[in-house]
Design a protein around this ligand. Structure first.
Ligand SMILES: *Cc1c(COP(=O)(O)O)cnc(C)c1O
Length: 385
């Protein structure tokens, strides 16, 4: 099924149409082997496989499918989103300058401010919703990587991928995009000029809250790609075989899950925007949202399954609301079939740019009316408590 006439949704549903050549099974086996037979001529040329810290045949289908969905030549799956993202920075050299968002996934921001900085990267944190702020921070010849996350946790600000790609390239830098929230269903950053797309595959790609995984797709199979692959093999930040199989199983339903979540999130955002106990809804699909125009240009078919609400009555009311939900589950993470609610400022701790009255909502595939009614009753009971 190498034909380009099949849409991404069809490729995902059938995992590239792979059929086991020997058994005709429509689902691949899990290869548990950690090592591979060397040929009699002392090479590994008949299989290309040596040792499972470099790769595993169970990765092949997930990597090929993800590369096709993102429109890149090659994908690499990792043991976590964090190991995938950090590899992009570790593939640079101490002394290199990078430009990253002020508001982004908390743990990666923390790693950049601590480990990456101690290791020798010069890290500038900027307002990544502003092309001017990025342009002012990029230093031609010195900046090696510009990083975006769009829409960005937990306030869903939108960055202009195409404009930033142009700025980065003019300065001789690469552009990396954490596209975990947009997914390849809604945005294909490589087509917009990005050089690297990163996913926490723990989230939408897997979609069932049962593995931790990460992924990278690059625009070219070049020296930088080889460094990423080498870092994965040397540090052993590979995915387990069973987890790789679960990731591929989850990706088959990526399109219907994301499309359903987008529809529900859009309807919840519109309904809660008019709610008497909510001060503000943050969602790229609302025309009143600052990043809406940029989102409408680079997100196709929906604005994602993530939104946040700012609760009237501040932090106390927000935490009291989260305490009173039934269908929504109070938990961190996102992108699973079950809807999650989280008071982000509590988990991010001191120094967080997250407003204390904010509840982050990850919309799953339950009935949208049920999700509305459950959060509505929680808001009312918290208000009256
Ligand atoms: C979860 C997440 C990460 C980190 O991924 P892990 O799989 O938890 O290591 C990075 N970026 C975003 C946007 C995320 O949501």
């Amino acid at each position: 099924m190498k034909n380009v006439q099949f849409s991404a949704a069809s490729l995902a549903a059938q995992a590239m149409g792979w059929i086991d050549p020997v058994t005709k099974a429509v689902v691949p086996p899990i290869h548990m082997a950690s090592t591979y037979l060397r040929d009699e001529d002392n090479t590994y040329s008949s299989s290309g496989r040596v040792y499972a810290r470099a790769d595993n045949p169970t990765f092949d289908q997930a990597e090929a499918t993800l590369a096709a969905l993102e429109g890149g030549p090659k994908a690499l799956i990792f043991s976590s989103g964090m190991s995938a993202a950090s590899a992009c920075f570790l593939a640079l050299s101490p002394g290199d300058h990078v430009v990253v968002p002020k508001i982004m996934y908390w743990a990666l921001r923390n790693w950049l401010a601590t480990f990456a900085t101690h290791w020798g990267l010069k890290v500038d944190f900027v307002d990544a919703e502003s092309n001017d702020a990025i342009a002012a921070a990029v230093q031609p010849g010195r900046t090696k990587l510009v990083w975006l996350e769009t829409p960005a946790n937990p306030t869903w600000g939108v960055s202009d991928i195409a404009a930033v790609a142009e700025m980065a390239h003019k300065a001789g830098a690469l552009l990396g995009v954490d596209s975990t929230v947009a997914t390849p269903v809604l945005t294909r950053p490589l087509e917009l000029g990005a050089d690297i797309v990163m996913h926490s595959a723990t989230k939408y790609l897997n979609g069932h809250s049962d593995i931790i995984a990460g992924a990278l797709v690059t625009a070219r199979e070049d020296a930088y790609w080889t460094r990423l692959r080498t870092i994965r093999a040397q540090l052993g930040t590979i995915l387990g075989q069973t987890e790789a199989w679960l990731l591929m199983r989850g990706m088959r339903t990526l399109f219907p899950r994301v499309q359903w979540a987008c529809r529900s999130a859009q309807s919840l955002a519109e309904r809660f925007a008019a709610h008497p106990m909510i001060a503000e809804v943050l969602y790229p699909g609302l025309p009143s949202f600052a990043g809406h125009a940029a989102a409408a240009r680079q997100m196709k078919g929906g604005f994602g399954g993530m939104l946040s609400v700012r609760v009237k009555g501040g932090e106390r009311a927000a935490i009291a609301t989260a305490a009173r939900v039934g269908l929504w589950k109070r938990a961190t993470s996102l992108g699973g079939v079950e809807s999650l609610i989280e008071h982000r400022a509590s988990i991010e701790g001191s120094g967080t740019p997250c407003p204390p009255d904010l509840l982050r909502l990850s919309v799953g595939v339950e009935d949208a009316g049920d999700l509305h009614d459950d959060l509505d009753q929680a808001l009312r009971r918290a208000h009256n408590a």
